[in-house]
Design a protein around this ligand. Sequence first.
Ligand code: GAR
Length: 190
Amino acid sequence: MRIVVLVSGAGSNLQAVIDAVQSGDLPVEIAAVGADRPGTLGLERSAAAGLETFVVNFRDYATRADWDAALLTAVAAYEPDYVVSSGFMRIVAPGFIDAFPGRYVNTHPALLPSFPGAHGVRDALAYGVKVTGCTVHFADAGVDTGPIIAQAPVAVLDDDTEDTLHERIKVAERALLIEVLGKLAAGSVL
Ligand code: GAR
C-alpha cells in the first residue's frame, strides 16, 4: 500500500507512522510527504528519514483553484493508494476528493462530529467536556467531515491545558492512525 502523507506542522503523527514503517510493524510504503508551506518540522523529519518531499506552497498561487490543481497534480504523480492528512490544515477541493474516492484519510484531535476545525482540542476544553479523543475518518471536502473509520476516547483532567490535553490525545491518535493504516493495508476496513 503506497501512501502520500500531507502535513502542515510538526508532523509528530507522521513521525510515528515513519517509525512504524521503518521498524517493520506497518506494511506501508510512504511514497512521499507533501506540505502546504516550506520549512516545517514535518518536512525536516521526512527528509531525515530519507523520504521524498514536496511543497505546494499556498502563497505561491494566485488563486485557490490554482493551488488546488497543483496539489492534485503533485499528489497524483505518486499514484498513492491512500492519501493521509496528518495535521494538514487545509481543506482540499471537491476535485481532490473525486480523484481519491474513499482514499483520503484524515486524523482529527476530537471525537467528531464534535469540535471540527483547527482548534478541536481548545474548543472541547472550552466547552467543558469530560471526555474527548481522536478520530480517523475518510475525509470529504468539508471541515473534518466524512465517514468515521475509528475513534479513541481520552479523559479530560481538571488541570488540563490545551497543550497537555493535546499531547495525551496525540498519544492515542498515533496509535489509532497506525492501527487504521494497518487495517487499510490488510484490506479489512469496509
Ligand atoms: C494532530 O493532532 C491532528 O489531529 C491535528 O493537528 C495535529 C497535528 O500534529 N489536525 C487537525 O486539527 C485537523 N483539523 P502533528 O503535526 O504533530 O502530527
